[in-house]
Design a protein around this ligand. Structure first.
Ligand code: ZN
Length: 273
């Protein structure tokens, strides 16, 4: 079973999967500590679009990249519009969106690459990061799945693109559903709950009921969709940490009422020795 761990390097803490690194890919998810941003972005805010000082954000990004073994110029960001477009990434995209939002790849929420040294990067404050790694074809992908992206099935579509564009086999693909808002905190209104139940009528226990409110379990929804799409049980796991419950570690759009920073998710293929 692939397990996730906290790792510390040069004052930066991040979640990673050591087993993937052994097989040739580095996946990481940043936390709040070790950066230079002030409240309410304290301190390792990775988001350029949230009203923080851009010089601080770029320094934070440099520190996170350094801790994970890369440089800013290797980062590729997309604009994350809560849609379902997937971009295939090559050498020519290196550095896009790393220093300014306007160069980030437009109208996309997921990226795939087979180029070592490219750091696919997406940003989060409650939405769910979904990582993919095929150690056989040597392909990595990252999908940003908030409730809208989940409804659009972006994680399954990313998996499908990996099979169509890079000839990956679902049984070879490893996937990790990173930290995001949990069903403990993701209360939704009745009409959205009805929509989710209709869209995912073949899945079980994705809506939880408590004190007359409905709570959507996004990670469980994505998990079940990926299993149905052919990922094997022992190649898929969920980080159970809720971004809204853990203020010391994570920014949360819902908890902080929109005025907050972003964590960064990265995945990169390691160069072969
Ligand atoms: Zn929670």
């Amino acid at each position: 079973m692939q397990d996730w761990h906290w790792q510390q390097k040069w004052g930066i803490s991040y979640i990673t999967i050591p087993e993937w690194a052994d097989m040739g890919a580095l996946a990481a998810f940043s936390a709040r500590s070790g950066g230079i941003s002030y409240m309410p972005f304290d301190s390792l805010n990775m988001g350029l679009h949230v009203g923080d000082n851009p010089h601080h954000v770029i320094e934070n990004r440099k520190r996170f990249m350094l801790a994970t073994g890369g440089q800013l110029e290797q980062m590729v960001c997309c604009q994350q519009v809560h849609g379902d477009r997937i971009k295939l990434i090559n050498h020519s995209h290196a550095g896009l969106g790393a220093k300014e939002m306007k160069t980030a790849i437009g109208d996309s929420d997921a990226m795939i690459t087979n180029v070592p040294g490219i750091f696919l990067t997406t940003f989060y404050a409650d939405c769910i990061p979904v990582y993919f790694f095929d150690p056989v074809k040597r392909v990595v992908a990252l999908a940003h799945s908030g409730w809208k992206g989940t409804m659009l099935r972006i994680a399954e579509k990313t998996l499908q693109s990996m099979t169509e564009e890079y000839k990956c086999k679902p049984k070879d693909i490893r996937s990790f559903i990173g930290p995001g808002i949990g069903s403990c905190c993701f209360a939704i209104d009745g009409s959205l709950a009805d929509k989710a139940i209709r869209e995912f009528d073949s899945l079980s226990d994705i809506i939880r009921y408590n004190n007359g409110k409905q709570y959507w379990d996004l990670p469980a929804t994505i998990y079940q969709c990926l299993i149905k799409a052919g990922i094997e049980n022992n190649h898929l796991n969920i980080c159970p940490l809720c971004t809204c419950c853990n203020a010391d570690y994570f920014y949360s759009f819902r908890r902080d009422k929109g005025n907050t920073g972003r964590m960064g998710a990265v995945i990169t293929l390691l160069e072969r020795n």
